[in-house]
Design a protein around this ligand. Sequence first.
Ligand SMILES: Cc1cc2nc3c(=O)[nH]c(=O)nc-3n(C[C@H](O)[C@H](O)[C@H](O)COP(=O)(O)OP(=O)(O)OC[C@H]3O[C@@H](n4cnc5c(N)ncnc54)[C@H](O)[C@@H]3O)c2cc1C
Length: 555
Amino acid sequence: MKRWNGWGDPATTYPLPDSVLAYLRDNLGDLTAFPDAAMEDVLRAVPKSRLLPHPLVGTDAKSRLLHARGQSLPDWLALRSGRIPVFPDGVAQPVSEQQVCELIAYAQQNGIRLIPYGGGTSVVGHINPPASEAPVLTVDMGRMDHLLELDESSRLARFEAGVSGPALESQLAIRGYTLGHYPQSHECSTLGGWIAARSSGQQSYYYGRIEELFAGGRLETPLGRLELSHFPASAAGPDLKEVVLGSEGRLGIITQAQVRVRPKPSAEAFCGVFFPSWELGMAAVKSIAQQEAPVSMLRLSDPIETQTTLLLSGKSWIRLADRGLRRIGYGQRRCLLVFGATGTAADVRRARRTAKSVCRQYRGLFVGTVVGRAWQKNRFRGPYLRNTLWEQGVAVDTLETALPWKNAEAAARELPLAIQQAMQPHNDRVLVISHLSHVYRDGASLYVTYLFRCRREPEELLARWQAMKRAASLTIQRCGGTISHQHGVGVDHAPYLPAEKGPLGIAAIRNLCATFDPQGIMNPGKLLVEDRSKGTGTFFGLQACTGDLPNRAEK
Ligand SMILES: Cc1cc2nc3c(=O)[nH]c(=O)nc-3n(C[C@H](O)[C@H](O)[C@H](O)COP(=O)(O)OP(=O)(O)OC[C@H]3O[C@@H](n4cnc5c(N)ncnc54)[C@H](O)[C@@H]3O)c2cc1C
């Protein structure tokens, strides 16, 4: 069971300590809760379906509402205000490849647009139905969730693509294996969605991003099946798996995927280290990455995120420890690193030793596993805070990029400034917190969370979000970063893709879509910007942040 207008299981809550609320009021001003719409009222507004009847297709208002939006800020605003301009005309939940093929044929014959749907956790408008003349059918893959084959000799598992994170891990765990792909959305997102949106797990430093885990599979397209055979490696021309990765539902529906699995690690630990400054912390994590220290994850919080993390713990002994830290010179600018070590007990000891010794060179103060255990406990609970914050009158959004080390410090400085400056004309404040979420030898991913006050009028809140999102996206591109390290393109990042891929690159992607889907029925309006002129807005039919984009490729 999922919340219809928020994150996750309705039975799970994440209350805010009073100290955090006070901190938010200090930073943002007085908070007023948003006037949420009631579900019954929103259901009454769902229009009549335009689909011709089909035995696999449901057209009831509730399932159309439950599949109408994902998890981006404009999605939340649409759901919470009840002002949802477009609903899918129907929802199908196939249980077999044959049914998927039947649905594609039904769409082709009747001029229907198809949206492949995994867990609906997209944060960039991936699964939103376009405002189109043609009816829209959402294909929810959630019932195709079985482990089909486990090849222990090759350590490959073949799953149906609609399997969610927990269902995938539990089917592997009883056989002693793991995939180890843990995006923070693990609870609700699916294997097909991870592949189609090029997802990255929290421990991808150890297990690999989805690109490294995805070994083969099947894509059902309007022109037939694309079979992606597994080879440990191949020099047989371009790798078509790369075409499916990040395809965002534009080429077809992934029905099966083969993934590289490992025996479950026997030991794991998450440890904390404080640094006196963000710059020293960054230098330390870069050194850990470049020395290829055998850690499994690294998360370096900036001073504001460090402060927020300590406040969120709500524990009195943390306040005492915090005072102690300040006394020994780890004051306002201190930063917290959480790193993980995974494998055998000996691997964990070795990773800890290496990471500790590198951190020490940068004045890192190792504080053992207490902070790391707290991170581990809340690693999938964090998104529930968004529900609580919204109810208290605080809107939250996140954005992310990856960029080379030489630009990382500048971007970490400039991104928060750009977001704050974009809020100034609105005479309002925004709290921007960041962390380095994934590190590589050649660069890092910077992840930014920004919190601002809800307004009573949804248009006002949307205008603020648009200004900040646009300013951040342009800054990311000016700093030489990718428009997304892990969230994908969807609708919200599509205007920025041409600057990253260049005209020829965009033409190649467009031609790929046309090759697999000549009628243009698959998830139109996502990835490529041109369909937006046909009316694909994220919210109230408004177009997001287009125009004035720098095009590095044209320089
Ligand atoms: C709280 C929260 C935390 C998050 N944390 C992370 C994180 O740590 N790392 C990360 O990478 N992302 C994260 N995300 C983003 C999101 O979870 C990922 O993009 C994820 O990969 C989406 O998976 P999904 O199954 O929910 O796909 P959906 O949102 O349903 O769909 C995403 C895209 O994939 C396509 N698609 C889905 N299934 C298929 C299929 N079977 N065949 C073809 N196309 C398909 C859809 O058409 C759509 O274009 C987070 C999101 C939230 C809300």
